[in-house]
Design a protein around this ligand. Structure first.
Ligand code: HEC
Length: 150
């Protein structure tokens, strides 16, 4: 029984920790202003655009949030930057050249080189593999690492 309780407590603590707000300018103000009625876990795992966060804050004012103009700017800036949209991802082993161009913002020629390379050598396993493609230097590939999956 005590053992089970201990495990449950540990799990609960771990999940509360995971839902902590990410660090960034404006975090203390956001914690102060947005956790009066519910915890940060209500929104800590969201990823939304600035427009969508504006709509959320408007909804919260309808629920009773009162916020000064200065705090509004700080909180909106924090939410948009620290809980902004996730970067779009593309699978370099499956995507068409057109999708590679669109999501990675590379040239047609670079995208076609990726497709040709994987057709000849098999699937990429990591970023180092992608760096071997003709016309893609390491800095370019590193700059896109958040957008690439395998
Ligand atoms: C005056 C009380 C209050 C304050 C302050 C408040 N909220 Fe809420 N919030 C609520 C209530 C009530 C709900 C609905 C809870 C439910 O559905 O169980 C809610 C739900 C939410 C939800 C989930 C529903 C949705 O619209 O997606 C998010 C996200 C959210 N709040 C974010 C915020 C943020 C960000 C702030 C700070 C700007 C904030 N809240 C401040 C009362 C408040």
């Amino acid at each position: 029984m005590i053992r089970t309780l201990l495990i449950l407590t540990t799990l609960f603590a771990a999940s509360a920790w995971a839902q902590d707000l990410p660090d960034g300018p404006g975090k203390p103000a956001t914690e102060r202003i947005c956790t009066g009625c519910h915890g940060a876990e209500m929104f800590a795992t969201y990823h939304k655009s600035a427009d969508d966060w504006e709509r959320t804050i408007t909804t919260m004012t309808e629920k009773g949030l009162s916020i000064s103009d200065a705090d509004y700017a700080t909180v909106l800036d924090y939410l948009s930057k620290s809980l902004g949209p996730l970067p779009p991802k593309v699978n370099v082993n499956k995507a068409t050249a057109a999708d590679l161009v669109r999501i990675l913002k590379i040239t047609d020629k670079q995208a076609e080189a990726i497709v040709a390379y994987r057709t000849k050598n098999g699937d990429f396993k990591d970023l180092d593999g992608v760096k071997k493609v003709d016309g893609l230097d390491a800095a370019t590939v590193d700059g896109k690492k958040d957008n690439i999956v395998f």
